[in-house]
Design a protein around this ligand. Structure first.
Ligand SMILES: Nc1ncnc2c1ncn2[C@@H]1O[C@H](COP(=O)(O)OP(=O)(O)OP(=O)(O)O)[C@@H](O)[C@H]1O
Ligand SMILES: [Mg+2]
Length: 309
């Protein structure tokens, strides 16, 4: 469906995107998972043709975006991170405007608006001004604007940020429905659970690079056999660091004020030694959990940071 080859973008000294390559197959939901500043939006801006890459190529069905931008863009739906809505207009009017930009007219446009409103569950509120909408409803309308022309591929930039859990479930359901109808989806997020539950394949991105890529199962395999132990309490990072470094065969993955994550090193013996030393260490802990290898532990291994809200 589309292919990215050695794509790069710099802002001064910052390598926002640093030579990434990946392929997305037709009908797939592909996730770009990474923390703030990983380069997700910059990547999407290049894919949507808004931003010119310094290097590399983007091919849609073997057509170069740079060579034939209009042809490619007609097949794209873009849902930006910042909502781009006219607050004084209704959902219907917003959709009419965007549908018109995509070349839809007359009854074709009306049908597309009705179908899209229905898809995102806004039919009942379609005539209300957007400024009266909740955050979740605005997000749904933002999503609708990228779907009005039934694109073959939608690019979604963190469509669930800043909304409540119920609204989030709602958006994810719409995305699943879109994918089911055959549309290819590129989905960026910094929520592990979203990538896990939604995406067929996931690329873990940080500092402009793709650090790992694959299906959830493949990524979990890459995470290895190592269980992780997470401790929480009233302690300084330095204190935990010193205690853990004294225990052989385990590895401190991350330590911050009040929270640390430690790899057991994949052996039951490591886990036992770790727990013994933690309980004997006089650390003021109020929580401890042991977790099997996961996307989170892989992410920690690769970046030394946790992906949390
Ligand atoms: N217009 C710009 N000018 C200068 N630097 C920029 C610009 N846009 C992005 N950057 C930098 O490029 C890097 C990648 O930013 P980008 O917005 O692509 O990250 P992101 O993964 O989308 O992050 P977030 O999760 O916060 O949206 C960051 O270091 C950012 O500060
Ligand atoms: Mg972003």
């Amino acid at each position: 469906m589309f292919q990215v080859e050695n794509l790069s973008k710099r802002y001064g000294e910052i390598h926002a995107v640093d030579g990434i390559s990946f392929q997305v197959r037709a009908g797939e939901v592909y996730g770009l998972l990474g923390p703030n500043g990983a380069g997700k939006t910059t990547t999407l801006s290049m894919l949507s043709g808004v931003l010119k890459p310094d290097n590399g190529r983007i091919l849609f069905d073997d057509i170069d975006l740079h060579a034939e931008p209009v042809k490619v863009k007609q097949q794209l739906g873009v849902v930006p991170q910042e909502t781009a809505l006219y607050e004084d207009l209704s959902a219907r009017e917003n959709l009419k405007f965007w549908g018109g930009l995509y070349g839809l007219r007359g009854s074709e446009l009306d049908q597309a608006i009705n179908k899209t409103l229905d898809r995102v569950g806004l039919t009942a509120r379609a005539k209300d001004a957007v400024k009266k909408y909740s955050g979740g409803m605005k997000r749904r309308l933002n999503l609708a604007l990228g779907l009005i022309h039934e694109p073959r591929l939608v690019l979604l930039d963190e469509p669930t940020v800043g909304i409540d859990p119920q609204a989030r479930v709602n958006i994810l359901d719409v995305v699943r429905d879109v994918a089911k109808s055959g549309t290819t989806v590129l989905y960026t997020t910094h929520y592990l659970e979203e990538a896990e539950s939604l995406c067929d394949r996931i690329a873990i991105m940080d500092h402009g690079r793709i650090l790992a890529e694959g299906s959830l199962d493949e990524l979990k395999k890459q995470a290895g056999e190592e269980e992780t132990v997470t401790i929480e309490g009233n302690f300084e990072a330095e204190l935990v660091r010193a205690k853990i470094e004294a225990v052989s065969s385990v590895r401190l993955l991350s330590a911050e004020q009040g929270r640390a994550v430690i790899s057991t090193g994949g052996s039951g013996e490591g886990a036992v030694k770790l727990l013994e030393s933690l309980f004997g260490a006089d650390l003021p802990m109020h929580g401890i959990s042991i977790r099997p290898p996961s996307l989170n532990s892989l992410f920690l291994n690769l970046t030394g940071r946790e992906l949390r809200d």
